[in-house]
Structures are given as structure tokens and as C-alpha cells.
Write a protein that binds this ligand. Structure first.
Ligand code: CA
Length: 230
């Protein structure tokens, strides 16, 4: 990817300028939006390769921007690096569950920011090939690229993380995936996501699968697998 384009959504102009300066120095094209709603509109109009997203924003907060981006085909797979202030841990967790890829806490060093951006871009590139082909299994059709799952022909309203977990398990029916592997598949290896968080996601996923909940089997003490039959 030559000259990847980054969109910075940050209302503190001096921080936005600092981020832009370092990104441009590192060879990125960089755009700045100072409001959440403007940033969202810009991202939908011209999807960037990577997004640097502040959480506390005028117009629309970063969590809502993240939610909207993940819902839209054009932007569902853009890597998102959240920029957060101290004390926003619960928002960070919500953001990660909505599919943001990583975060840095202010004040951060430009080196760390660039390293994180490179890491999320690298991770997304590695994921890309497997992310596009629909998976057909039992009476489910999983379209990762379209962020859509059909169960018996009817769409299920899954969150980004739920879809990724289902996609992972269904990619190798009968295989047992550990909670660690599931966490890594959603967020990458560097994440402090607990086993309990995976269990909570599975509970949500099963609820939405309804009469198909038994497709996801708990393997006690190990993790989860997709049942091929039964
Ligand atoms: Ca802010």
C-alpha cells in the first residue's frame, strides 16, 4: 500500500495537527476532521485506509462514529485506532467490542502512535483474504465482507465481535478454539481482553442464534467449537 490515507477525527486542533504532522512525515496522506459527524461523513464519502478516532467529540462521540462505520459496507473493515483520555476505560471496552482495533491513551508518543497504526494496518492486510468469501454451513450463510449473517435466509443482527467469533468457529467446523484464539481473532494478540469477555460474547451470540444456539458448543475447560451436526 503506497501512501496509505489516514483520517484523524480529533477536536483538539493541536493534537490533530501533531498526529497529522507525524503521519505525513511517515509517508501517509492525512486528513483531519474536528467533529465526529463530519469525520463520519468524510469516512463514508472517501473511506481512508486507517482511522485515528478520538472518543470525546462534538457532533457525535467516537463510540457512535465507530458503531456507524462498522455498520456500513464501505467502512466496516477500516482499521480504527482509538485515542482516549485517562478514565475512559469503559468507553474503550465498548469501542473494542464494536470493532475498533486498538487504542492509545493521551498523552502518547508519536512513535507509539505510528507503531500502533502500522500494526493495525498489517493485521487487517493479513486478514483480508479470508474475510471476503462467504461461509455456508448448516442453514447459515456468513458474509464477512458484507457484515451479514443469514440464518435460514433471514438476517441476524450481530455485533462486529459476534460475527467475527461465528466466522472463526464456522471456518473450521468441529475444531475447538480456545478463548485466547478467539480473542486474538477479534482484536489481535496484544489485547487485555479477558476470558470472561469471550464468554459474554458467546452468550449474546447464542441468544441471537435462538433455536440454532446449539451450533456453538462449549468444550469444558478448553473453549468453543461449531457443531457440524446434531
Ligand atoms: Ca476530544
Amino acid at each position: 500500500m503506497a501512501n496509505p490515507c489516514a483520517l484523524i477525527i480529533e477536536d483538539e486542533a493541536d493534537i490533530a495537527d501533531l498526529i497529522r504532522y507525524h503521519l505525513e512525515k511517515a509517508g501517509y496522506k492525512a486528513l483531519v476532521a474536528l467533529r465526529g459527524d463530519e469525520g463520519l461523513a468524510l469516512a463514508l464519502k472517501e473511506p481512508p485506509d486507517v482511522l485515528v478516532l478520538d472518543l470525546m467529540l462534538p457532533g457525535m462521540d467516537g463510540i457512535e462514529v465507530c458503531r456507524q462505520l462498522r455498520r456500513d459496507d464501505r467502512t466496516a473493515h477500516i482499521p480504527i485506532l482509538m485515542v482516549t483520555a485517562k478514565g475512559e476505560e469503559s468507553d474503550v471496552i465498548t469501542g473494542l467490542e464494536l470493532g475498533a482495533d486498538d487504542y492509545v491513551v493521551k498523552p502518547f508518543s508519536p512513535k507509539v502512535l505510528l507503531a500502533r497504526i502500522r500494526a493495525v494496518l498489517r493485521r487487517k492486510r493479513m486478514e483480508a483474504p479470508q474475510g471476503t468469501e462467504p461461509i455456508k454451513i448448516r442453514d447459515l450463510v456468513i458474509h464477512p465482507g458484507r457484515h451479514e449473517v443469514l440464518a435460514g435466509g433471514k438476517p441476524l443482527d450481530l455485533t462486529f465481535s459476534e460475527l467475527r467469533i461465528l466466522q472463526l468457529l464456522a471456518s473450521r467446523p468441529g475444531w475447538v478454539f480456545t478463548r485466547d484464539q478467539i480473542v486474538n481473532a477479534i482484536h489481535g494478540e496484544t489485547y487485555p481482553v479477558t476470558d470472561r469477555a469471550v464468554d459474554v460474547q458467546i452468550v449474546g451470540l447464542r441468544k441471537k442464534l435462538g433455536s440454532r444456539a446449539h451450533y456453538i458448543e462449549t468444550v469444558r475447560g478448553v473453549g468453543y467449537r461449531f457443531r457440524e451436526r446434531g
